[in-house]
Write a protein that binds this ligand. Structure first.
Ligand SMILES: [Zn+2]
Length: 138
């Protein structure tokens, strides 16, 4: 197993959706690959954050509201660290919301392979979004 295959299966591994053979292949890879262990820890933390968001009951307009907050906090002349904190909090909420939307969408579709592909493309979108925010701040 290589890192690519490993990464694609991590979310299903966390959801205990892998069969025994796949799961032990993946565990073997994790045992000798620190990068994939980090990724697993990150996914587990995301899942934990998602449960917290779900229990708080996010509204469908969460992302819009968060982005409005970000724009407002930029306009006011707050110190850089305060804006950085607001941006970080907003990003976490947006990421959690996007993740929740994808999970709901694909559990309706009921196709595990698609879940991973959508997660990958959501990750890429999110990375681009983060970069554009960071660039603006410089
Ligand atoms: Zn790896």
């Amino acid at each position: 197993m290589n890192c690519n295959n490993c990464n694609r299966m991590l979310s299903r591994y966390l959801d205990r959706e892998l069969d025994q053979g796949r799961a032990s292949e993946l565990e073997e890879h994790l045992a000798r690959c620190p990068a994939c262990r980090d990724e697993l820890a990150r996914l587990a933390a995301d899942a934990e954050g998602l449960r917290t968001l779900e229990s708080a009951g996010p509204s469908p307009f969460l992302v819009t509201r968060v982005m409005a907050e970000v724009r407002l906090s930029r306009r006011s002349r707050r110190p850089a660290w305060a804006r950085a904190m607001a941006t970080t909090a907003a990003l976490l909420l947006v990421a959690g919301g996007a993740f929740a939307g994808i999970r709901v969408g694909t559990s309706l579709a009921g196709n595990g392979e698609t879940t991973d592909e959508m997660l990958v493309s959501a990750d890429e979108t999110f990375a681009g979004f983060t970069e554009s925010l960071l660039m603006e701040d410089q």
